[in-house]
Design a protein around this ligand. Sequence first.
Ligand code: FE2
Ligand code: FE2
Length: 193
Amino acid sequence: MLGLKLPTDPRWVNIVEKNIEDILTDHAFCEQKAASTAISLIVSFPEYTELVQEMTALVKEEISHFKMVHDKIIERGWTLGRDRRDDYVIELLKFFPKGGSRTTQLVHRLLYAALIEARSCERFRLLSEELQDKELAKFYRNLMVSEANHYTMFLGFARKYGEKKEVDAKWQELLVYESEIMSNLGKKETIHG
Ligand SMILES: [Fe+2]
Ligand SMILES: [Fe+2]
C-alpha cells in the first residue's frame, strides 16, 4: 500500500491505545505542520500557479483536520499539549542534500511531503482497523482517505515539475531510506514514532 517498503508493526496500536491523550496532541500538531508546509510551498514557489492553487486548498483542509482533532481533545475533557520533536521527520530530512537547482529543491520538498502523507495515511489505516475505541477508529478511517489523496497529489506534482525518470528513481531511493528509519520506530505514542 502507498509504495511503503516497511509496514508498521500493529503492536504500535497497543502503545497508542494506552495514551490516547498524547497521540491526539501529537496528531493535532501533524495537521498544523501539514498546513504550514503548504503555506511555505506557496511562499517559496509562487510562480508555480497550479501548485499555489492546490496548496491554498490544502491549507484549509489541513487546518480543518487540526480543528477536528482539537475538538476531539476538548470532547474528551483534555487540553492540547505542547508540540514535541518528531524524530522521524528529523531523520527523513537528512536524506535531502542542501543546494541544487530550484527545480531540484522543489522536487525534494514535494517528495518529502508525499512520503509524510503516505506514512501518516498508513498509520491512520492501522488505527482505523485496530483501535478498540470504535468511535476513534471511525474518525481515523475518514482522515485516512484524505491523506491518501494528498500523497498522490504531492507525488503527481513532483513528477510534473521534475524530470519524471529522475523523480521516480529518487522516490524509490527515498522509500528504501525511510524503511530503514522505520525499522527503529513504532514504539512511541506519536503518529510517526
Ligand atoms: Fe491532514
Ligand atoms: Fe495531509
